[in-house]
Design a protein around this ligand. Sequence first.
Ligand code: ZN
Length: 348
Amino acid sequence: MKNIWKLAAAVLAACVLAGVPAFFAVREHRALGAMSARADSLQREAGSAQAEAEGLTKELSDARNRLDSQGAELEAARGQLDSAASERDALAAQLEEAQAKIEELGRTPRFDPDGPAYQQLYPDFYAPQPLDASQAPAKVIYLTFDDGPSVQTGKVLEILERENIKATFFIVGRSGAASPDTLRAMVKAGHTVGMHSWSHEYKTIYASVEAFLEDMYKVFTLIRDETGVTPTCFRFPGGSTNSYDYGIYQDIVAEMLRRGFVPCDWNMSAQDATKTPLPPEQIVANVLSAGNVVRGVVLMHDSKPRATTVEALPNLIAALRQRGYTFAPLTPKVKPVMFNYKNFEQMP
Ligand code: ZN
C-alpha cells in the first residue's frame, strides 16, 4: 500500500515536472501568436495608410495640374480679350475715317462753279446737315446769351441747371479760346453753342463777304474742335442787318444759308449791353415789354460787365413761366426769328 502512495507521489511529481514547463510553453506560444496577429494588423493598417497617402498625393498633383491648365486657359482668354479690344479699336478708327470721308464727299460738290469765288473758300465750313429750319412750336422761349464766355458764364450755367432749362450761347471765339472748358461744359449740359464771330469787331467782320467768312470760320473750327459738336446756328454781331453790313448783308446771309447755317436774330431783348449795367428789374421789364409773342428769342449777354443780367435771370425765368412759356435751346431744326426777312417764311 505504501508503495502505491510512493508510486502515486512519483507519478504526480513526474506530471508536475513535465506539466509546468508545458503550461508555460503553451502560454508563451499564445502570447507570440497574439503579437504576431497584432503585427499583421499594424502592417495592414500601415499599408492602407500608405495607400491613402499615395491617393492624396495623386489628388494633390491632379489638382495642381488642373490649376495649371486653368491658368493657361485664363492666360489664353486674356490674350483673346486683348486682341478683341485692339480689333475693336481698329474698327472704330476705320469707322471714323469712313464717316469723315462720307462727310467730305457730301460737302465737295456744293459750290456753284459760276457763282462767287468765296463759295470755294473753307471747303469744310459747312453745317453737318442741309438747311431744314422748319419747326416753329408755340409758347416756347429761347434764351440766348451773347459775347461770352466770361466770368459770368459759370453763374448763368448754374442758374440754368437749377431751373432745368437748356439755352443757347452765341460765343465770341477769342473769349471761347481762353476757356474751352466752359464750351465743353455748355455742350455737356445740353445747351447749344452757336457762332457769334471770332473778334466781334464790326469793321473787320463786315469789310466783305470774304472777311466775314474768314472770321466766322475761326470760331466754327474752335467750337467744332473743342467740343466735338459742329456748330450750326449763328448770330451776326449787331444782328443780321446793322449799319456796318448794310451793303453786303444779303450776300452774307445767302452764303451762310448755302453752307447750311441758320442765322438767329431775336424778338425779345434785355437791352443789357449798356455802358452802365441796368438794374435787374429793368432787364426783366425790357424782355417782357415785347408782349405775348408766339415764340420768343431773348437776347441777353453773358460778357464780363453783365452781372446784373445774371441777377435778373431767375426772376425773368419765373415771369416767363407765369405767362405759360416753356424753354428750349435753338437747334438747326428751329425756324429762326429774323429781322426784315418777310420772305423768310418761304425758306426751305
Ligand atoms: Zn455781340
